[in-house]
Write a protein that binds this ligand. Structure first.
Ligand SMILES: CC(C)(COP(=O)(O)OP(=O)(O)OC[C@H]1O[C@@H](n2cnc3c(N)ncnc32)[C@H](O)[C@@H]1OP(=O)(O)O)[C@@H](O)C(=O)NCCC(=O)NCCS
Length: 88
């Protein structure tokens, strides 16, 4: 759930996370599944924030960022596939 949040392109927010007013997620920043990003917090590029309230856990590796982008491509391919199935 996003409320008053800015997310840059390639920012990532995991399943079930809540981001509160004035929060900001930079490109390639990541909020973990289930996290609570409290008001005004800023996730910098390549940072991973985890927990309730969320704190910075560590920086993301190149491999982790590649995995994130592979997931995006996978979802895009599924969207195209499902749209085609609905249209057929
Ligand atoms: C945080 C995350 C990136 C995993 O990071 P990781 O470094 O590989 O974590 P690990 O699985 O090695 O676990 C390391 C520790 O963090 C804990 N942990 C992992 N994910 C966590 C989360 N989301 N919140 C709190 N703690 C978490 C683990 O329990 C473990 O704790 P322990 O050392 O006490 O046993 C991942 O769990 C996550 O949240 N991914 C988002 C997935 C998602 O929402 N995808 C959406 C669909 S694309």
């Amino acid at each position: 759930m996003f409320h008053g949040t800015t997310i840059e392109d390639k920012g990532f927010v995991g399943l079930g996370a809540v981001t509160m007013d004035g929060t900001y997620i930079e490109s390639e920043g990541m909020v973990a599944a289930g996290a609570l990003l409290s008001p005004g917090k800023r996730v910098l590029a390549r940072e991973l924030w985890v927990g309730r309230p969320a704190k910075k856990m560590r920086d993301l590796t190149d491999a982790a960022l590649e995995g994130m982008m592979a997931g995006v491509v996978g979802y895009q391919q599924l969207a195209v596939k499902y749209l085609k199935e609905f249209q057929d």
